[in-house]
Structures are given as C-alpha cells and as structure tokens.
Design a protein around this ligand. Structure first.
Ligand code: ZN
Length: 252
C-alpha cells in the first residue's frame, strides 16, 4: 500500500511539474505577443528618444520595460547580412522631395525583422539575385519633416498616426543581380507615386510583372506583407508589437 502510494505521489508530482512548466511557457508567449516594445539600440530604454504612438487607438504601455528582448533591439542591417546592398535615398537628395533628410545612409531595423530580411537575401543568392534597400527605419521627426513639405497622406504617412517605418518594421526594397548589382526592371522607379506603382497595374510587361511578383513571393515567404499601391514597400508581419521611435539613425 505504502509503495503504491509513493508511486502515485511521484506520478502526481510529475504531472503538476509539467503543467506548471506549460503554464510558465504559455504566459511568457502571451507577454511577448502583447508587449509593445520601446527600444533603443543599446538594449536599454532611453526615454528622451522614445516616442510612443500618439494615435489614441494605439495601445500605449502603462510602463516601459527596462530591458528589451534581443529580437526587438534596433540593429544595423549590415551587422546581420553585409550582402544586402544599401541605396538609402533619404540620406541623399535623390528622392521625391529632392532633400537630404538622414545624416547617415543606414538601414536600421528591429533584429527580428533584419533576420527575416537576411533569410530572403540568402534564398535570392541561390538564384543569382539579391536585395537592395531604399529605406528601413525612419525616425518620427523625419516623417514630420516630410509632412511639413508635403502634407498629403497619399505620399507621406501622417505623423499623427506614425508609420511602420517609424517602428523599424517596414522596408522599401528591390531585386538586383547579385554579381553586377544592377537593379531588375520593376514597374516604376522607387517612390513613384503614380498608379503605375501599383502591384496589379495592368500595363506592366510580363517580365516586369514576373520580377515584381518574385520579390513579393520571396518577401511573403519569410514573413513580410506587401502593399498593393507600392511595389517596393513591405511590412514585417507583427509590426504592431513595436512602438514608434524617434532615435536618430546615427545613434543606432
Ligand atoms: Zn515604405
């Protein structure tokens, strides 16, 4: 009797331990999904550079975590995959505003997003192609500058709402030949805000459509969603977990 009850006790103890472990893992997952992360590149919170979403519909955290999970840290894409080519247009005057808005030509993204983009690059290399990025994280103050020059939500995100670029969770990107670094032909140039930039524009040649579809297919495969009106723009799925930031690019 006593031996049997000991085994019984052991059995129940094991079950309780397993259930507790499952509960801990599950609650950590919930927390990870529900937390809106405010983050600087040093893995610590710098309140002076952190701008939480101003949209009232946005979920604003009651308290800011003191440490930031590794996956939400802001990183320079070149530290994750140096093969991705940069052509950061807002660090030049070669953009639709004709004005330099970034001090440095840097592609900064949340680490989770950068890793996904790196996976796309690796897969493209297998077929002799690669990625060239035009824009990644965009500080909120730059969105405000853009809005001051062109206050039209067809072209620029309204800073009152912020954008996915402001969260380090969106990327403007095209395909290049890996060896020559030449861009593949796409529906339009970057930041062409005409109807021709739309993914489903019927006037595109079959080759252009194939290129644009290939980019969208590879990006979607690794967790990005495309925008119908701009062939170059992709949001990282899960972007809403990241808060809007206003850290200058040179500080990342
Ligand atoms: Zn974009």
């Amino acid at each position: 009797m006593s031996k049997f009850s000991q085994w019984q006790k052991l059995f129940f103890l094991t079950i309780i331990t397993i259930l507790t472990l499952i509960l801990i893992i599950f609650s950590e997952h919930l927390l990870r999904d529900k937390t809106i992360i405010a983050v600087s590149s040093q893995n610590t919170i710098n309140l002076s550079h952190t701008v939480l979403a101003q949209n009232t519909k946005e979920k604003t955290p009651k308290s800011i975590p003191q440490t930031v999970p590794e996956w939400a840290r802001m990183v320079d894409i070149t530290t994750i995959n140096p093969n991705i080519v940069l052509d950061i247009r807002y660090a030049t005057t070669n953009n639709f505003l004709g004005k330099q808005l970034y001090k440095v030509p840097k592609c900064a993204l949340r680490k989770e997003v950068a890793i996904k983009l790196s996976k796309v690059q690796k897969e493209l290399e297998e077929i002799g192609l690669g990625l060239k990025v035009f824009d990644c994280y965009r500080p909120l103050s730059v969105t405000k500058q853009m809005w001051a020059i062109l206050p039209d939500s067809r072209y620029v995100a309204n800073p009152a709402n912020g954008s996915r670029h402001n969260r380090g969770a969106a990327v403007d990107v095209t395909l290049i030949d890996f060896n020559t670094k030449k861009e593949l032909e796409m529906p339009t140039a970057f930041d062409d805000f005409s109807e021709r930039a739309a993914r489903d524009y019927p006037g595109n040649s079959p080759q252009v459509k194939r290129n644009s579809d290939l980019l969208a297919f590879k990006m979607q495969k690794y967790g990005f969603s495309s925008l119908i009106t701009e062939w170059w723009h992709f949001d990282s799925v899960g972007w809403e977990r990241f808060s809007i930031l206003d850290i200058p690019l040179e500080k990342i």
